[in-house]
Design a protein around this ligand. Structure first.
Ligand code: PMV
Length: 369
């Protein structure tokens, strides 16, 4: 099927939905979805949530959002209630964002208008660690919504479930599209991967065993809120002087990364990782207005990581998300040496010595009650 058709196919199917054809049903669904860290970054988009270049990420294991949704589908109602809490407490910020998201989903999930929802979400990583949670939060919510859909319609489309979850999650947060799969995921059209799409992410299965169980120690340099949101950052790419070369380079990097992942070439992987991290931040610094998310501690860590590699010949490399914190990525077999290095050299640059030792993850867990 042509990829442009996936969205229309979902809309067509949704258009046939008649609430009266189904019985009232209520219950609770839950999902625990991980976050992910991009190797090749997504930065720049066009409506609606279509990336300007493909991106590829590693799914994490420890950094997760646990979401529980109690629902009540009543075929006769059209203005269902919404209630949101974060860790059991009211959250206005979360409520506004999710309300908008749910309303935008009604053409795709037409039962939403007749379904009251009580949503509670909580991150498993420390609340104030400055780790972006939109990928795991939107991934968890998308999967919960599809679990509810299955309970209402009785249809279980196991084969295409994650594809649809990725599609829905993407509309909430682009990077969330990649969080619904284990190990590595690719989002965005590229001739290098059959089945790749701008509309949903796909899982990558053919990677070299050398990458199995890769580690990601997240060094929390600054746990504060970032000064510029990802949405504003994406918008600043629209008339960015380096946008065109960046998108071209990202396409090239995706092709190169495919070869690297298949061959198990860790040193090349590290070069790519670091080039992409610094490119992302270079784009931020050269936006109008330009902005700087790295802190002095971030730079000290980057320098020390490069020196550590030179001195030891080990293959630990850094990447950055849209923030000051550093993700240090390395093979599972080098865990002891890298942990000693972190404890001895890097922790002093972290806020309250905070580090989250994470690793390649197994993907979301759906728990239906
Ligand atoms: O998913 P968004 O809209 O929050 O954008 C995320 C962009 C980066 O995290 C900086 C890169 C990426 O590909 O995850």
């Amino acid at each position: 099927m042509m990829q442009q058709d996936y969205s229309s196919m979902l809309r067509r199917a949704a258009g046939k939905f008649r609430p009266e054809a189904f019985d009232a049903v209520f219950g609770t669904v839950a999902c625990n979805c991980p976050s992910n860290i991009a190797i090749v970054k997504y930065w720049g988009k066009r409506p609606v949530q279509i990336p300007m270049n493909p991106s590829l990420s590693m799914t994490l294991e420890e950094a997760r959002t646990a979401t529980e949704v109690s629902f009540r589908f009543e075929p006769g109602i059209r203005t269902a209630k919404r209630d949101f809490t974060y860790g059991g407490k009211a959250s206005v910020h979360f409520a506004d964002r999710v309300t908008l998201f749910l309303t935008s989903l009604e053409p795709l999930l037409p039962w939403l208008a007749s379904t009251s929802l009580q949503i509670d979400s909580q991150n498993t990583f420390p609340h104030s660690s400055g780790i972006a949670s939109s990928a795991s939060a939107m991934g968890a919510l998308a999967i919960c919504l599809l679990s509810i859909e299955e309970k209402i319609t009785g249809e279980t489309e196991k084969a295409s479930r994650l594809k649809k979850a990725s599609f829905i999650a993407r509309l909430g947060s682009g990077s969330a599209s990649r969080s619904v799969y284990p190990a590595f995921a690719l989002w965005g059209n590229t001739p290098d991967w059959t089945g790749s799409s701008n509309q949903f992410a796909i899982p990558l299965k053919d990677f070299h065993p050398a990458f199995e169980g890769a580690r990601d120690s997240i060094l929390v340099v600054d746990s504060g809120q970032k000064s510029i949101s990802s949405s504003s950052g994406h918008a600043l790419m629209e008339d960015h002087p380096y946008a065109a070369p960046r998108f071209e380079r990202a396409h090239q990097n995706i092709s190169a990364l495919k070869r690297i992942l298949e061959s198990g070439d860790w040193p090349a992987f590290i070069n790519m990782l670091e080039e992409e991290a610094l490119s992302l931040h270079a784009l931020m610094m050269t936006s109008r207005p330009g902005y700087l998310l790295m802190k002095p501690g971030t730079l000290s860590i980057l320098e020390k990581v490069r020196r550590f590699r030179e001195e030891t010949g080990l293959t630990a490399g850094f990447t950055l998300d849209a923030g000051a914190n550093v993700h240090l990525i390395y093979p599972s077999g080098q865990e002891q040496e890298v942990r000693d290095f972190i404890d001895g050299e890097l922790l002093r640059h972290c806020q309250d010595n905070m580090v989250i030792h994470d690793r390649m993850g197994k993907g979301p867990e759906t728990l239906t009650k």
